[in-house]
Design a protein around this ligand. Sequence first.
Ligand code: SR1
Ligand code: MG
Length: 392
Amino acid sequence: MTDHRTLDVDSVGDYVASRPELAALIDVDTLQVKEVGDGNLNLVFRLHDADGRRLCLKQSLPYVRVAGPSWPLTPERAAAEARGYEAATTWTPETIPTFHGYDADRHVLAMQDLDGWRVWRDVLVDGARHDGIHLDLGRHIARMAFGTSRLGTLGPAHRQAVAAATNVELCEITEDLVLTDPFLGHERNEHRAELDPVIAELRANPRVLATVARAKEAFCTKAEAFVHGDLHSGSVMVRREEDGSSSARVFDIEFCTYGPVGMDLGLLFGNLALAHARWEALALPADDIAWLADLPELVWDAFEAELRALWPDRLDRSLSDEWLDDWLERVRLDAVAFAGCAAVRRIVGFAKSADLESLPADLHLQAATGLLRRAGGWLEDPDAVSVARLLR
Ligand code: SR1
Ligand code: MG
């Protein structure tokens, strides 16, 4: 039977003690607990003991955290994130936090606490760069794309995985908040009135709307691979290594679903565009802005290189080299479309991001207007947009 009691800092210790596989990872008697959930949906607890051992617990709530009980969600949705972590553990364990299992009764996921790492969105808001970060990101997306598509999983197993990965509630949120409301209008949207004219232009442009509709169609019908589904800079932890390189860990996989491979790339690019608009508005050093503008291409190149390295091991031998080239072109098109949707939704729709929201009003307006126009260009003619030129 499921148990809807939510955890708090005082009850986490008893909870861990009741789960022997977790109690083996950390000393319950010297436990320190902090609730750090700053996302839109869940509770997140960071735990450490006197010996410095650490653990992270995430519990889904029966409603959208940022909206409150008036927007109910079933806490059972957390099972989707468990499936996401299981798939990622199989295909790309080095680019995610170690997954320690899911408690379906209490809707609690347990994973490695990434001490010393920071949420990438926060780092980007601070104006800091992480050279080399594209390598882990491209690798992560490529390995998931290869492993969970027909390249790495053959027919019946792929069909069963698609069927098992249904994530009804969170996919509906993506359909609405990312792919519908910002472009059709909805009372949930929130934006400064000064942006009305540029938003109206987007909504009146049939080519923009057709691209958005194609992205939505792809999201709803193209079960290519098990995608993260919400791969923005707030779903990535980053760390600078001693040798000057950077590492990334992808987390918060709750919106995962079988979908178009270009979706994760595009969501990431659209969110990098938000950071880029912030850095430009703040007139950060030109070198740093140029690094950020190069990132979509660097991520794409790392993605493509990893995919081509895995390609000789594909299971479906009917997929030819020509097919790969053609498919990568379709992935690019999807990525450009999702990039546009991701950028527009964070300016126009429900659930904002700190990149632009924390700017002073005049800079917000300047950055938001510029990015809405830029994203509008991507959506108007995605065929003409190379990933390399997204932010240049
Ligand atoms: C109601 S939740 C809104 C957003 O939070 C998540 O981060 C996803 O981006 C979702 O669209
Ligand atoms: Mg999230």
